[in-house]
Write a protein that binds this ligand. Structure first.
Ligand code: HEC
Length: 123
């Protein structure tokens, strides 16, 4: 499991570095990451949804207390459960996300991965 995550991560970094001299600098939580959650996640991940984790805003996304472990480790997408659950078909905890729906596009996974890599900031 660890191996495949590092592989995905290495590939992600490779594709950013190969076309952008300042990798991930322009990625914003509010303009890039939140819209992905809005379109794919918040019907379950909001107040009153089927899941405890609330992905409707920065504070609840980054201060999740629904599990014992944090889902985002700033700077380390390959150790973040959030990335594991959207990138791998069989994550170590629970189901792959979004449950029973099409996997996010590689571009969208890369945006979230890069946002975490750049420090998971409220920008
Ligand atoms: C159809 C409902 C549904 C959708 C859509 C959905 N989720 Fe989930 N999610 C759940 C449920 C139920 C759980 C708890 C069970 C589990 O972890 O498998 C969960 C758990 C999670 C967890 C683990 C939370 C924790 O604290 O353990 C993460 C991270 C997550 N989802 C991210 C996402 C993301 C990102 C999306 C959108 C790309 C998404 N989910 C879309 C229902 C959904």
């Amino acid at each position: 499991m660890k191996k495949s995550l590092s592989f995905i991560y290495a590939m992600s970094l490779f594709s950013i570095l190969s076309c952008n001299p300042d990798p991930g600098e322009g990625i914003s939580y509010i303009y890039d990451v939140q819209p992905i959650f809005n379109s794919n996640c918040i019907d379950c991940h909001s107040k009153g949804g089927s899941a405890n984790l609330n992905l409707t805003q920065f504070s609840s996304t980054t201060n999740d207390s629904s599990n014992n472990a944090p889902i985002i480790i700033a700077g380390f997408p390959n150790q973040s459960l959030l990335i594991e659950k959207i990138a791998l078909p069989n994550p170590s905890i629970g189901a792959a996300m979004p449950i029973n729906r099409l996997r996010l596009s590689d571009d969208n996974i890369l945006i979230i991965d890069t946002w975490i890599y750049k420090g998971a900031k409220d920008n």
